[in-house]
Design a protein around this ligand. Structure first.
Ligand code: GLN
Length: 188
C-alpha cells in the first residue's frame, strides 16, 4: 500500500513520519504521474492559496479532483478541507467542490488565535489532542454527512463523507497516530 501526500507545501513531513510509524510507504505527489501508484491521498494543512496555484501550475488540479470524486480515499486536513469544500464564505477562492461543506477560512482568527483542544472523537476511548492552526470553520454541511467530532462551540471539526476524511485540525502533530490508523483501516 502506498499513500500519496500532496507535496507542494505545508505539513508534509509530519504526515510522512506518522505513516512511517505505521509502516506504510508514502510518496510526495506533485505531478499527475505521481497519482498513478497511490492507494490514498493526504491533502495536508498549510496554505491553500499556494497549493491551489501549484495544483494548476503542475496540471494536477483536474486529475486529482476526478480521482477524489471517483472514490480515492482522501484525508484532508485544515487547508486540505478548504481545497475540497463546496464553497468558502469569506474569501473568493476556487475549490474542488467535492466535499459538501461551506467553510470560513481562518475561521477562529489569525495565527495568534491558534490553539490546542482535547477533543472527543467517535470511536476513540481516549480524548485526542487536536492542534488548530488558522483553521477553517465548517459553517454548514449536508445533513447526512457523519460528524465524528466537534469543537467546544459545536462546530464540526472531523467529518467523513464517503471516501473523504475531513479534519479542520492537524492530526499529524503530536505522535498520536490513531486518526492515520483509522484512515488506513478504511482502505482495507
Ligand atoms: N488558513 C489556511 C488556509 O486557508 C489553512 C491553515 C492550515 O492549514 N493550518 O489555507
Amino acid at each position: 500500500m502506498k499513500i500519496g501526500i500532496l507535496g507542494f507545501q505545508g505539513s508534509i513531513e509530519e504526515h510522512e513520519y506518522a505513516f512511517r510509524r505505521l509502516s506504510v510507504e508514502t510518496i510526495r505527489v506533485k505531478t499527475p504521474q505521481d497519482l498513478e501508484c497511490v492507494d490514498g491521498i493526504v491533502l495536508p494543512g498549510g496554505e491553500s492559496t499556494h497549493m491551489l496555484r501549484m495544483l494548476h501550475f503542475n496540471h494536477l488540479f483536474d486529475p486529482l479532483r476526478k480521482m477524489i470524486q471517483d472514490g480515492l480515499p482522501t484525508m484532508a486536513t485544515c487547508a486540505g478541507v478548504v481545497l475540497l469544500s463546496k464553497a468558502i464564505d469569506n474569501t473568493k477562492q476556487e475549490t474542488f467542490q467535492v466535499l459538501d461543506v461551506v467553510v470560513s477560512r481562518n475561521g477562529y482568527g489569525p495565527q495568534y488565535f491558534s490553539f490546542v483542544e482535547e477533543v472527543t472523537i467517535e470511536g476513540f476511548t481516549e480524548k485526542f489532542r487536536a492542534v488548530f492552526i488558522r483553521a477553517p470553520i465548517v459553517r454548514s454541511l449536508d445533513s447526512n454527512i457523519p460528524v465524528l467530532s466537534k469543537d467546544r462551540h459545536e462546530n464540526p471539526i472531523f467529518i467523513r463523507q464517503k471516501n473523504i476524511f475531513a479534519l479542520t485540525f492537524h492530526p499529524e502533530i503530536g505522535n498520536d497516530d490513531r486518526i492515520h490508523s483509522m484512515f488506513l483501516q478504511s482502505l482495507t
